[in-house]
Design a protein around this ligand. Structure first.
Ligand SMILES: Cc1ncc(COP(=O)(O)O)c(C=O)c1O
Length: 448
């Protein structure tokens, strides 16, 4: 184990990490995974309570996803998608179209590339439509859409963004409907609608130069699992229609059941009309939906941007330059598509959305003592995501909590003073009880 840690420090530049801090807090050296658990090279077990950066849905080493990838390995591992096609990418596109109501799928390799694709496609659409001046973007305060240069331009997390400001294109941020920011006595819905008024004020003035509004539906993950009322999405859809601006739903983190419906946009309607299901649709239909993370169950890097017939038609014609000439070498990789198809099969055959509904109600009860802890503020839950803020003045709260949770056998990475739990869907009631106990031990510790 020590050897691996020394070698990783010497040769691997870890993401989102000040490498010097690894001297005091080395990374876990993981040898294998089993369901919701990670097992290190010394055989110690850690509950993967954040699904390995929100990607894992059905556990590590899931036999059904393994089998699909192994089967595909014997057929074709990869072929470029320009000038060639294959059954996995066609079937995946058809099934995603049926689930989202958006019939044209363009593929990338990770979430950030999906954001880039959606932004470029939106601006290019307006150019093809003879309105090239509509090329600006609007996003939410504290929003996160990835860290490549285009995606970072619409991200609003100063820690990630400020250093690179000279490289970025200007974009506009409108107030976040984060329910924690509601005035005393103001409902989450009323606050969301007040924020939507600010969006309207911006669009009313700048629609002529705005291509799209990009948003994380229902939960702003990197902002610290900031949750907001679905009325904001309903209103945003209306406003984007009214002012002829595209709505880009970044469901990279919240898609594939995380918020309790297959896609978070399905919840953007009055509660009484809510259906949801294994891709239950209604709700609002965005002009673009960005998918990644859970799409392959956390197995392989893959992202997709799905869009409407109308957008697609604006690119279709004789002029090459009117086409969308964007590409990534691994676009539509067959192994990744097979993993994604296996994930969709599991959703269908196991009735995952309905099962998760019961599971999330049960887990919320299990976390009751955590929610009631005197240091806990704004305990919140949406589908299979739980989060709370901790009253602590420790400047390195997140690092301390992380280390203390590791000692309890839980792998968790708070964002600032926000602790969140986003476990694989295969996490069982016993694991959840153990997690609740571990969180209480951490919360009771004066050092965090
Ligand atoms: C909402 C959202 N968009 C985009 C991304 C970027 O995805 P990736 O890290 O795969 O580039 C993330 C990653 O956390 C995300 O949460």
């Amino acid at each position: 184990m020590d050897d691996l840690l020394n070698r990783t420090r010497a040769a691997v530049w870890h993401p989102c990490t000040q490498m010097k801090q690894l001297e005091a807090a080395p990374p876990l050296a993981i040898a294998r995974g089993e369901g919701a658990w990670l097992i290190d090279t010394d055989g110690r077990r850690y509950l993967d309570a954040i699904s390995s950066w929100w990607v894992n849905l059905f556990g590590h080493c899931n036999p059904r996803i393994n089998a699909a990838i192994i089967d595909q390995l014997g057929k074709i591992e990869h072929v470029m998608l320009a000038g060639a096609t294959h059954a996995p990418v066609v079937e995946l596109s058809e099934r995603l179209a049926a689930l989202t109501g958006l019939g044209h799928a363009f593929y990338g390799s990770d979430g950030s590339s999906a954001t880039e694709i959606a932004l470029k496609m939106s601006a290019h659409y307006w150019r093809n439509a003879g309105q090239a001046e509509k090329n600006g973007f609007v996003s939410l305060q504290n929003g996160y859409h990835g860290e490549t240069v285009g995606a970072l331009s619409v991200t609003d997390i100063p820690l990630f963004k400020d250093t690179y400001a000279p490289l970025l294109r200007h974009s506009v941020q409108v107030p976040t409907p984060d329910a924690r920011l509601a005035e005393a006595g103001e409902s989450a819905e009323a606050y969301a609608l007040r924020c939507a008024d600010a969006l309207e004020a911006h669009l009313a003035e700048h629609a002529a130069t705005t291509a799209a509004f990009i948003i994380e539906p229902l939960v702003q993950g990197a902002a610290g699992m900031a949750m907001y009322h679905p009325a904001y999405l309903t209103r945003a859809r209306e406003l984007c229609d009214q002012y002829a601006v595209h709505l880009i739903a970044d469901e990279i983190a919240v898609g594939f059941g995380r918020t309790g419906t297959m896609f978070a946009c399905e919840q953007a309607q009055p509660l009484s009309q809510r259906e949801g299901g294994e891709g239950g649709q209604p709700g609002i239909r965005p002009d673009f939906i960005c998918l990644s993370k859970g799409i392959t169950g956390g197995y392989l890097p893959l992202s997709a941007v799905l869009t409407t017939d109308e957008v697609y038609a604006a690119f279709y014609g004789d002029a090459t330059s009117k086409g969308f000439l964007h590409s990534h070498s691994y676009t539509g990789n067959p192994l990744a598509c097979r993993a994604a198809l296996a994930v969709l099969d599991i959703f269908e055959s196991d009735g995952v959305i309905a099962a998760n509904r019961e599971k999330s109600a049960q887990f919320t009860k299990t976390l009751g003592e955590v929610a009631a802890h005197p240091r806990v503020r704004h305990f919140r839950q949406c589908g299979m995501i739980w989060a709370f803020d901790v009253a602590s003045s420790a400047p390195d709260f997140a690092a301390r909590f992380h280390q203390m949770a590791l000692a309890q056998g839980v792998f968790i990475r708070p964002v600032g003073n926000t602790v969140y739990v986003m476990p694989p869907y295969v996490t069982c009631a016993d694991d959840m009880r153990g997690l609740a106990q571990a969180l209480l031990i951490c919360l009771n510790h004066a050092a965090v």
